[in-house]
Design a protein around this ligand. Sequence first.
Ligand code: WT7
Length: 612
Amino acid sequence: MEISPKKTTGFNLDNYDLKIAEENPEKFWEKIASELYWFKKWEKVVEINYPFHKWFIGGKTNIVYNCLDRYMNTWRKNKVAIYWEGENYERKTLSYFDLYKEVNRLANALKNLGVKKGDRVVIYLPRIPEQIISMLAVAKIGAVHSVVYAGFSSQALRDRIMDADAKVIITADGYYYRGKVRKLKEIVDDAIKDLNINKVIVVERLGIDVDMKNGRDIYYNDAVKGMSYECKTEVMDSEDILFILYTSGTTGKPKGVVHVHGGYMVGVYATTKLILDVKDEDIYWCTADPGWITGHSYIVYGPLLNNATILFYEGAPDYPNIERWWELIERYRVTIFYTTPTALRYFKRFGEEPILKHDLSSLRLLGTVGEPINPEVWLWFYKTIGRENCPIVDTWWQTETGMHVVTTYPNMKMKPGYAGKGIFGIKADVADENGKILNPGEKGYLVIKNFFPALMRTIYKNEEKYKSYFRHGLYYAEDYAVKDEEGYIMILGRSDEVIKTSGYRLGTFEIESAILTHEAVAEAAVIGKPHEIKGEIIKAFVVLKEGYKPSEELKESIRKKVREVLGPIAVPAEIEFVDSLPKTRSGKIMRRVLKARELGLPLGDLSTLEED
Ligand code: WT7
């Protein structure tokens, strides 16, 4: 099926010559980069030392200068940067000037606490303004942030702190989620109990009593007290690290994806402007969390680089009731709405009534991200939310790519189920495992043929891992895909041992390790099982130790353990006790056999299987 967007003119994209991007991507990126501020201009656009790449060589900038400082001498400083709403209906509005001042105060406080250029700071906060302020303050002084999603628990937090070798953590006493209090500081204390951490800065979100360790822990308000509202922005090289963001892969250890000031800035600025079409008059709402890449790129950096006005909501989509999101769109007159297929599938269940009660006529552009969107859900989004007035951009990308890679432009013909094509400056295609580009209709792997500024630079302290993405001269995204006659790409899901549940990315091995921390468990294997709303759910197969008997209580206690170790998002929805797991002769668990059995699919080549 094809749907053309309603005839509208005035997309930001109309002012750009995409032929240049097609024929000479470097020239295109250079033009985009020149719209931003550089302390010193680059000498060369790109340098490739395959598979490593650098952009805007010799250029000096700082992404935060472009997000905040450069507006301070114009009317732009008075624009609203953030409309924030707490789950408990608390409300705050911050102009760019307000944000600038708060960032500077915290930046000065961080310096005062000994944070220097290049130091890693872990940010473990809920969706409150301080989360954004912290990211910007860290980057402003040239330090490196590593944001950890507040839904992760102590082991996941600990692994990330240790891998990044962070000495400073910014957290909160706790936060509200679905009306319940989640105590963050306790989780931090548990995660770092035997680590050498210099400072823990604690935002008082709830005002509850927390343990404060003498000399190490300091309240946010005490840290910024008396600090100046001005702070010089550190001059950074284009290739200096901006952040490390951990994401799941096939091993138990999360990968620290590294992004830099220059190229990342140019990429997210361009895509926020030209794909999400954000303009001065928009109220833009991305429902993600800055703890994930979507939030880094399209809540924080992309919008601020465009001097946009964002809505930032702390809580759950359905709290206190199923109308919360639609109330927010109506109250703030949201014009651009960027969300996930899981959320849409969930809301679709409740029918149109809760939505039609609200005036959503302000909407003009919709977007989805994180997982494939089923055509019927796409159509529901288009009709019920967008009232057939709004183009939908189904944006495919990854933590590793930093920015959108495959999608349609807002003025382009849409095909529900197909994300689109490689965007400006990017050549995406479908190949087999030997690097051969496949014909339309043939299923294979999604590959990217060329480099672009926002693509990660490396995996922190693990160059080999970085190199492993590149095979036969192509970047393998680890997604299955197929293209049609017009080159539109349909994403078919992950080709590795990564599970996408509710759009969250979790490695099978990570979850298995968490299950194995339970005293009763001898062996465990997990698979992703298709689910109507969540895309996939986690199913665990567990072999118990001698002396333990299968029971519902035991399942619950395993779930509780996973929640404590990794967090609620990693808890297996289904647990099955089995006597043994299928393994290869060398002892590797064959998850694909479990999956095939579970789904009633052919088992494929089992020559290496040895079941004991
Ligand atoms: C994986 C990356 C990119 C921001 C959020 C997730 C899946 C992402 C789409 C889409 C189908 C998608 C892929 C990809 N994915 N967007 N529009 N259609 N699948 O970032 O956690 O790094 O996950 O999400 O499987 O590889 P991430």
